[in-house]
Design a protein around this ligand. Structure first.
Ligand SMILES: Nc1nc2c(c(=O)[nH]1)N[C@H]1C(S)=C(S)[C@@H](COP(=O)(O)O)O[C@H]1N2
Ligand SMILES: [Mo]
Length: 220
């Protein structure tokens, strides 16, 4: 096995996928209360631990394979390798995260590189309005470019002062804290800028294209 081979552990959990698809069909967890400016978004429950949520397949990504491609409607397509990413100016963040399966976790401390700095390296074209994101486990999700090109969205390498654990997307994942956490791909490998929105894994199964937790954009 070459040092840059990605290995996959586990199998996709069909029951989990079917259950979450049924939630979307039935509109579960919706409260109709989108007025508040509370720290806890409507319908959410605060947790102290950090649950692990994914399709059931966890890739092991050696740093030799930990590259981030930025392509599509860009002036300069890039494949940024680990050394290049580590050499970029780093920042720290403290934020709250919100999973559509109802849990929220406060005061997470992270280190990484802000997404505007990464996107700028590829020179997004004027027609680029959306981003299709792809991970090593085959997971995909989509967002308007404006939701990634903001200073609170970042590529994370560490959590709570330690390298990001594999189960949470290590060695690197995106974190987009103003939206539900399914918009924060673990084991990220590619960002493709597009003119049209391209729904990802959960979006084709009834989940929202944007996912603002305060507006309860769970489904649709
Ligand atoms: N690559 C990948 N990223 C993913 C997922 C996944 O299955 N694969 N699941 C998403 C969902 S639904 C959630 S809630 C968060 C969970 O992140 P955590 O396991 O670190 O809590 O990851 C998101 N990013
Ligand atoms: Mo989730």
């Amino acid at each position: 096995m070459a040092e840059d081979d990605v290995t996959l552990t586990g199998a996709v959990k069909p029951k989990l996928v079917a259950a979450k698809q049924a939630w979307a069909r039935d509109g579960r967890l919706l409260t109709g209360d989108t007025s508040g400016h509370n720290r806890l978004p409507p319908g959410q429950t605060l947790v102290q631990d950090w649950p692990v949520l994914d399709l059931g397949v966890q890739p092991t990504v050696p740093v030799a394979a930990a590259t981030l491609a930025i392509d599509g409607l860009v002036g300069m397509p890039r494949t940024l390798d680990w050394a290049t990413l580590q050499a970029m100016p780093r920042q720290a963040w403290v934020n709250d995260i919100h999973c559509v399966t109802q849990w929220s976790r406060y005061d997470n401390t992270w280190e990484g590189v802000p997404l505007p700095a990464l996107l700028a390296l590829a020179q997004p074209g004027p027609e680029a309005r959306f981003v299709a994101m792809e991970s090593h486990d085959g997971y995909t999700t989509n967002l308007p470019l404006a939701d990634l090109d903001r200073d609170d969205a970042f590529l994370a390498f560490s959590w709570d002062g330690k390298p990001l654990e594999r189960q949470h997307g290590g060695p690197m994942r995106l974190v987009v804290p103003h939206l539900y956490l399914w918009k924060s791909p673990k084991w990220i490998k590619r960002l493709t800028l597009t003119a049209e929105d391209r729904p990802g894994f959960w979006e084709v199964r009834g989940y929202h294209h944007r996912g603002d937790p305060w507006a309860e954009e769970r489904y649709g």
